[in-house]
Design a protein around this ligand. Structure first.
Ligand SMILES: *[C@@H]1O[C@H](CO)[C@@H](O)[C@H](O)[C@H]1NC(C)=O
Length: 243
């Protein structure tokens, strides 16, 4: 990440002071899937606190095709960010089951939040931040229950609060909440040609960079993306299309 900031600084400085270096704003690009899934993608939905961070927690995983944030787990029709009723903030993860399994997503779920905190996550207090695994079918329900039991076994001094619910309606959140971590990083947004909102939601690249922006990629992936960005800055644009 230090390298990244150094490069950012370098890019900002040189675009101000030395146009001869050839750094210019890129043209918008069409995103292409990093690798086309070999079969149909599967869908998983989790609630684990603020959905800004939840989306970033899953975006960088190999095999994750798309991520988006929304509301689920309640009954209120048409939930909104400031008025979501009994819903929880959720992330929807679309993944290629040939590359990553529900079981591995569960591992990331447990590792990415404190399932024992009652009524919130960290400083975010309220029912909308509760912990939920949504399952589709008996196999997923069994895997979820087994993983929760394993998690509880790690310590008996407090209760794992996570609910396991059957997957239901997922209400997509307002666009300003999609890829939130990426969008507040102007450098990365420029690097992908200021991809428009509708593409940000469906882009695999944007999902990965959203994780990268939040520093939630594995060290290996983080390094790989650092290197790609380094290459691009060294060679001038074009824009990052692929990782
Ligand atoms: C549940 O799984 C079935 C079969 O795998 C699939 O057709 C369906 O779309 C899934 N439901 C949801 C809400 O993801």
């Amino acid at each position: 990440m230090e390298l990244f900031f150094l490069l950012f600084l370098l890019a900002s400085l040189s675009s101000l002071s030395d146009p001869a270096l050839g750094i210019r704003l890129p043209d918008p690009i069409r995103d292409r899937p990093l690798r086309a899934p070999s079969g149909p993608v599967k869908v998983a939905v989790f609630a684990l606190g603020s959905f800004w961070r939840s989306e970033a927690s899953f975006g960088c995983l190999p095999g994750v095709v798309r991520t988006s944030v929304g509301y689920s787990g309640g009954s209120k029709p048409n939930p909104e960010y400031r008025n979501l009723g009994d819903h929880a903030e959720c992330v929807m993860v679309e993944y290629d089951p040939n590359l990553i399994q529900f079981k591995q997503l569960l591992d990331v779920f447990w590792a990415s939040h404190d399932s024992r905190q009652v009524f919130g996550q960290g400083p975010d207090v309220g029912d909308q931040y509760r912990s939920i695994i949504f399952t589709n079918g008996t196999l997923e329900a069994r895997l979820a229950a087994a993983s929760k039991e394993r998690e509880q076994t790690k310590s008996r001094s407090s209760i794992v609060t996570t609910q396991i619910l059957q997957i239901g309606i997922f209400h997509p959140a307002e666009s300003e909440h999609q890829k939130f971590e990426l969008k507040r990083n102007r450098f990365l947004m420029q690097l992908i040609g200021n991809m428009p909102e509708d593409e940000l939601v469906s882009s695999t690249l944007a999902a990965k960079l959203n994780g990268y922006a939040a520093e939630l990629c594995s060290p290996e992936t983080q390094k790989k993306i650092d290197a790609r960005i380094g290459d691009i800055l060294k060679n001038g644009w074009p824009v990052l299309r692929n990782i």
